[in-house]
Design a protein around this ligand. Structure first.
Ligand SMILES: O=C(O)CCC(=O)C1=CC=C[C@@H](O)[C@@H]1C(=O)O
Ligand SMILES: [Mg+2]
Length: 342
């Protein structure tokens, strides 16, 4: 790729030249997350660094376009100047059985100050969520605990669950129910009942037509921002600035290349009031860097990353899955050149 000015459109490139050099990888997860045990991603090296394209397989091309823009921003434009050298991260606990919690937490090492616990998993019940959160509190008594329901509760379930979980002094509840109206109604009801659990919006930001609608409606106390679904670090920075709410930077279960874009966003935000959901490198069984981005003393370092050729070769995909990703990029790229500026 030739020298690329930051102000130009990163989609303006010779696509076949880029596709000839992309690396498609599949990384094993050490714990099942979002129902999957491996994570596929495409890595692209550009004149300013490495970018990652890894929209989940079920996402359509319109949704995947923001991830492609984000990948090309990293590869071709680089990132804004950081204002800090390290970012604090939370441990993330998937919807595992309570007795598996200590083992999951220990993967993140010492010095973690916040833990995010997945709740409302399909096929599980509130007792299992309470037991998982209790196991976190028992293993690490001092940490702040937040829960993420991925909009898995309806209004009544969320009121019941958060009223019960409030005994653990929750830092916040992430996307307990679906939609801006749903979040607003829940926030009102919790306030009426005196249940003091702040509400964070995730899907209502990253999957919304208008990522600012939730802030305008006063339906959340804070927002979760993820670089790839929001179309890159600069777009995510703009959304945080316009939302005017505290922001938590999170991963999309990325390889260390994708995580480094999240770190770049966290590093350039003027305020960083919460530990970031960027510790998920600890859930990967293999990574593309010689030393993957895993927390040390609860923090990740800010800076460029570069995959190690041997690590890349060990996880590189060939054949039909590689072709599937290449074809997906062709379609998404065409959409970006022809369609509305999503
Ligand atoms: O925020 C974290 O602690 C880790 C990232 C995380 O939870 C997620 C990553 C990828 C997909 C999402 O289902 C999930 C989330 O909902 O925040
Ligand atoms: Mg979430």
């Amino acid at each position: 790729m030739s020298e690329h000015p930051v102000s130009a459109n990163p989609l303006d490139l010779d696509l076949e030249e880029v596709l000839a050099r992309v690396v498609v990888v599949e990384l094993p997860l050490t714990v099942k997350f979002r129902g999957v045990t491996t994570r596929e991603a495409v890595l692209v090296e550009g004149e300013r660094g490495w970018g990652e394209f890894a929209p989940f397989p079920e996402y359509d091309d319109a949704e995947a376009l923001a991830w492609w823009r984000s990948c090309l921003e990293a590869a071709r434009c680089g990132f804004p100047e950081p204002v800090r050298s390290h970012v604090p991260v939370n441990a993330t606990v998937p919807a595992v059985a309570a007795n598996a919690v200590p083992d999951v937490l220990d993967r993140y090492g010492e010095g973690i100050t916040a833990v995010k616990v997945k709740v409302a998993e399909a096929g599980q019940d509130l007792e299992q969520d309470l037991a998982r959160v209790a196991a976190v509190r028992a293993h690490w008594p001092q940490v702040a605990i937040r829960v993420d329901a991925n909009q898995g509760w309806d209004h009544g379930q969320a009121v019941r669950a958060l009223s019960a979980l409030a005994q653990y002094d929750l830092e916040y509840a992430e996307q307990p129910v679906a939609g801006v109206d749903g979040l607003y109604a829940l926030k009102e009801e919790l306030a009426r009942r005196g249940v003091e659990v702040p509400i964070a919006a995730d899907e209502s930001v990253r999957k919304a037509e208008d990522p600012l609608a939730v802030a305008r409606a006063g339906a959340a106390d804070l927002i979760v921002v993820k670089v790839a679904p929001l179309g890159g670090v600069r777009r995510a920075l703009g959304i945080v600035q316009q939302a005017g709410l505290p922001a938590v930077v999170s991963s999309a279960l990325d390889t260390s290349v994708g995580l480094s874009a999240g770190v770049a966003l966290a590093a350039s935000l003027p305020e960083l009031p919460y530990a970031c959901g960027l510790g998920t490198g600890s859930l990967l069984g293999q990574d593309v860097l010689a030393h993957g981005l895993k927390p040390s003393n609860g923090q990740l370092p800010v800076g460029a990353v570069s995959p190690e050729p041997n690590n890349l070769r060990a996880v590189e995909l060939h054949g039909p899955r590689q072709q599937w990703w290449v074809e997906r990029i062709r379609r998404v790229h065409r959409l970006g050149q022809s369609g509305p500026n999503r």
